[in-house]
Design a protein around this ligand. Sequence first.
Ligand code: ATP
Ligand code: MG
Length: 164
Amino acid sequence: MAEYWNINPEHESAVRDFFTSVPEADVVLDFEIGEKDFVNSGKGSAEVKNTLKRLGIGPETLRRIAVASYEAEINVTAHSQGGRMDSYLYDEFILIRFTDKGPGIADIEQAMVPGFSTADDLVREMGFGAGLGLPNILKNSDALHIVSAQGESTRVEIMIFYGN
Ligand SMILES: Nc1ncnc2c1ncn2[C@@H]1O[C@H](COP(=O)(O)OP(=O)(O)OP(=O)(O)O)[C@@H](O)[C@H]1O
Ligand SMILES: [Mg+2]
């Protein structure tokens, strides 16, 4: 089991309180994500972005959510055997959880390094595999939590507070 945490210090106590006892969300959106399904992958992220836009969330926050969730959704498609995306909307932030079945990530610190990629030829032909998705998720999120069991599964949780 490998685990990784990164929390924006500005929101540290709110994030810790939240994960200590996770409250029920106001809105939940869930999507299936298929293995190597590059035709549909990205639809979940787009739907979440549109929902938040309708709710009046500002453009910079929408951009951060769109970028982080798209990269994580594509990662499930590109690197796992499929999984799901569950988004939980709260008053002050969104939590987006990706869970998949697959090879897992043995060394998460290494996977976070810009340029590191294990993408296969098909994934590269689709235009992915620069090794910039996880660094982009990190840059655009207020909390990033990754738990992975090698050869079994990966869970990526992204929290983004609604700034502007
Ligand atoms: N859901 C996942 N399951 C298994 N491995 C993953 C998963 N997500 C990421 N990885 C591993 O972490 C590496 C780095 O991911 P990252 O998103 O940064 O780059 P990439 O997907 O290879 O390329 P890019 O995102 O730039 O198209 C991947 O190449 C893969 O080895
Ligand atoms: Mg990626």
